[in-house]
Each structure stands twice: as structure tokens, then as C-alpha cells.
Design a binder for this molecule. Sequence first.
Ligand code: IMP
Length: 182
Amino acid sequence: MHNDVEEILYSAEDIAARIKELGQELTAEYQDKNPIVVGILKGSVLFMSDLVREMDVKLQLDFMDVSSYGSGVESSGHVKIIKDLDADVADRHVIIIEDIVDTGNTLAKIYDLFQHRNAASVKVVALLNKPERRVANVQVDYTGFEIPDKFVIGYGMDFDEDYRQLPYIGILKPSVYAHLLH
Ligand code: IMP
């Protein structure tokens, strides 16, 4: 598995240090707001589990599963809800947790849905942000790291469902997916 990684972008220690900072910011922002923290499956799960342990506020967890990618590396622009939330978000403060915001299509759809369901507020925390690739007009309120337009894996992020458990964030060797680009 490690042989398929061209370069490690952020080590486990880098990630932990940044999450501590984000946790402090969110703790200050969400005191007494009792937010619902919504993880977008599956990529956000590792990030979410570490982040909420750095948030010293009362909160609840919920999950949504949407599909936008299939098994390739390019976004299709279509987003389908596969699993919806259990909770009602009306009048609640919602924090969306994303692994990575790329074109922004996924996030735009989810954001609009929560607005439509009358959430009191909706904010977005993304571990990674690829601003160069943005197509949809979405705001990322808290970003772990901004990265260039490279396909990354690890710490929750996959290529064709592999590599999610890597403890670091790495760039996948293009040779691993080159056959899909032709
Ligand atoms: P978007 O709709 O184009 O913003 O894509 C968002 C989703 O695509 C993310 O939540 C990831 O699941 C996936 N994704 C985008 N870029 C990458 C990447 O570099 N590595 C792994 N997954 C990615």
C-alpha cells in the first residue's frame, strides 16, 4: 500500500496538530449552541472522530452518504443521497464535516438541502480544500489544509475504496490510476 504513495503531504503528527487548532476554534464558536456534527461518509470518518474529541462542547453526531465519484478520480457533477440524516436539523446549528472539497458540487447540494430544511446555521469544516478545482459557489468556513490539484489518499480518503486507513495524507502515484484516464 505504501508503495503506491508518491509523496506524503501531511504526516499523522501534522494532521493531529492542525485538528487541535480547529477543535479550539470550534469550541469557542459553538459554546452553548449544541450543534449537530454531520459527517459525509465515508471519507470524513477518521477526521470527524479525531476532530470531535477536540471539541469541548455538547454536540451530537449524524451521518449522510452521498455519491458523486463512482470509482474513478474525476467528479461526475451529479450527487445522489444514499443515506439521509437521522436527525431533524430544523432550528439546529449544523456543522458539515468533509474530507475534501474539490469541485464543490457535493457540498453545494448538501448545503442547500440543510438550508431548505431550515437549519439555524450551516457551516462547513473540510480537512482539505482544492480551491483551483472549484466549480460550485460554496464557502468552506474552516479548512485543515489547502492543497494543489493532485489526487490524494489516506486518513479517510480513498482511491476505489482502498487506502482509507493510511494514517497520513499522501499523493497517489499517477501510475496507479493511469489506465483509467485513457
Ligand atoms: P467534489 O464534489 O468535487 O467537491 O468532491 C468531493 C468528494 O470527492 C470528496 O468528499 C471526496 O470523497 C472525493 N474526492 C475529491 N478529491 C479527492 C481526492 O483527491 N482524493 C480522494 N477523494 C477525493
